[in-house]
Design a protein around this ligand. Structure first.
Ligand code: NAD
Length: 504
């Protein structure tokens, strides 16, 4: 595609996000201060927040300093003593009121998410419900951190394993789910009895700060949940160096994940990482084509493709390849590109220009190497951050898109012959987050569920996430799990206690 010939018409959309933000019932949601030690800090240094659809400045936020981080750590330390002593049911009650406040204000939160992140408003609303679900889940899960009693291997002894809060925690969160990723991490940490300091993505601070306002309103005590916005490296360095921070949770790129893992080594922190994906989506020729197309559209184009679960390599068995490409192409060309606040929009802008440019580079590379492009329109774009929903057919394993994550609305469809072949190709990746299989053959489904090297698999479904499941990846897609009882354990230490000399 000749990128330089694409014309932009973003000027027509300028002002849309600002007007929505001005019309919010809770105007204080758009405040750009940081929550440190129970106080809202107005920094002198400010960073701007832009609407990714237009590039227009929509707000400005405090740029916190390393010194602010130190104040937050000291506040978290003071708060920890009382928070860990609260009965789990009390902590749960606070988390539940935080969740219900999020749901009460879901429209305002959704407008904030769409304004700074770009996703369609309907998806932003769904994100708020999804995020509140984690707070509710962990409110209950915190009451079930049972520990174990071990049948003793020593006479006259009682062996117990207790689960105790790990201590102060920090989270560095991404821009693709700016509310839900905070709720998923903070819900678990707080339920476990740990305070958390959050550094949200620089692109999406407003959503994080609004979530913090609701935490305060819900009764989360001072210092237990704090949000600092600013330069990522400047804020993460003191968090990494401080021995009082015992656990760090990160969602984002594998590249930054590696840096943080290295940075956490000196103080031997417990690190959980949710990193990139490169999901295979395997379709066998015994399936109902319509269901497979519907699944592929959902798995590829949700969140405008900016999702670590996104189907990045769609492998289709050769005998149905042409029919699938035709039917999938017909659905892809129906997807409407636009501002997330416009009701008809299916695909919004990429939050970051670099992501849009990566998509375009992958399309160019694939076309140069012989891929066929099926796309709704490629002439007039709403703006530089937009990528037309695109299907690339006849993709081969040497193309960039088959080798690295796209994180945008570009679908790569690759033909395959046998089960053996597709399993090998699907596993030939350093990423191992999620995979999908569509087949009507139960034995084959069971075989693939065993052999695919991924942390999460959807068999005949594109929808499987939610609070009860252990979300996480194998290989370089990450460490640890979020959601489920395993997510709670990321913020707890095991303590083994042996009571001896009990024989009478
Ligand atoms: P990123 O990893 O740079 O950003 C994620 C978070 O890390 C943000 O909060 C950011 O401020 C922070 N960060 C960035 N540099 C940092 C540093 N040196 N120290 C500490 N924190 C730092 O991701 P990106 O560049 O914005 O996006 C690039 C790619 O990352 C995407 O194309 C996608 O592949 C991946 N990504 C994955 C997810 C996911 O859900 N797993 C989310 C966002 C991005």
């Amino acid at each position: 595609m000749a990128l330089q010939t694409v014309r932009h018409k973003s000027s027509q959309l300028v002002g849309l996000a600002k007007r929505h933000l001005e019309s919010l019932r809770r105007r204080d949601f758009v405040a750009g201060d940081a929550l440190i030690d129970g106080r809202w800090i107005v920094g002198e240094e400010r960073d701007v927040v832009v609407d990714p659809a237009t590039g227009e400045e929509i707000a400005d936020v405090a740029r916190c300093s390393a010194e602010n981080v130190n104040v937050a750590i000291a506040a978290a330390e003071r708060a920890f003593a009382a928070w860990r002593e609260l009965l789990p049911a009390r902590r749960g009650a606070i988390l539940r009121s935080w969740a219900s406040l999020m749901l009460d204000h879901s429209e305002e939160l959704a407008v904030l998410v769409t304004s700074e992140q770009g996703k369609p408003l309907a998806e932003a609303r769904h994100e708020i419900t999804y995020g509140a679900g984690f707070l509710e889940w962990f409110a209950a899960e915190g009451e079930r951190a049972y520990g174990e009693t071990i049948p003793s291997h020593k006479p006259g002894s009682l062996l117990q394993v207790r689960m105790q809060p790990i201590g102060l925690t920090a989270a560095i969160t991404p821009w693709n789910f700016p509310v839900a990723m905070i709720a998923r991490k903070a819900g678990a940490a707080l339920a476990a009895g740990c305070p958390m300091i959050v550094k949200p993505a620089a692109e999406t601070p407003l959503s994080a700060l609004a979530v913090a306002r609701l935490a305060e309103e819900a009764g989360v005590p001072r210092g237990v949940f704090q949000v600092l916005v600013g330069n990522p490296a400047e804020l993460s360095t003191p968090l990494l160096r401080d021995t009082r921070i015992r656990a760090l949770s990160f969602t984002g790129s594998t590249q930054v994940g590696r840096l943080l893992l290295e940075g956490a080594a000196d103080t031997v922190k417990k690190v959980s990482l949710e990193l990139g994906g490169h999901a295979p989506f395997v379709i066998f020729d015994d399936v109902d084509l319509e269901k497979a197309v519907k699944g592929a559209v959902a798995a590829k184009f949700a969140t405008s493709g900016q999702d670590c679960l996104a189907a990045n390599r769609i492998y289709v068995q050769r005998s149905i390849y042409d029919a699938f490409v035709e039917a999938f192409g017909a659905s892809v060309t129906q997807l409407k590109l636009g501002h997330g606040l416009e009701p008809a929009t299916d695909i919004g802008p990429m939050t970051k220009l670099s992501v849009a440019n990566k998509c375009k580079a992958q399309i160019d590379d694939a076309v140069t190497k012989g891929a066929r492009v099926i796309s709704a329109s490629r002439d007039v774009s709403p703006g530089p951050n937009f990528v037309f929903p695109t299907l690339l057919a006849e993709v081969t394993d040497d193309m960039l898109i088959a080798r690295e994550e796209t994180f945008g609305p570009v679908a790569a469809v690759l033909p395959f012959g046998s089960e053996e072949e597709v399993v090998a190709r699907a596993n030939a990746s350093e990423m191992g987050l999620a995979g999908y299989v569509y087949t009507d053959d139960l034995r084959r489904a069971l075989r693939l569920s065993e052999r695919l090297e991924y942390g999460m698999l959807g068999i005949n479904t594109a929808s499987f996430t939610g609070p009860p499941i252990p979300f996480g990846g194998w290989k370089q897609s990450g460490l640890g799990r979020e959601g489920s009882r395993h997510g709670l354990a990321e913020y707890m230490e095991l303590k083994y206690v042996c009571f001896g000399d009990l024989a009478v």
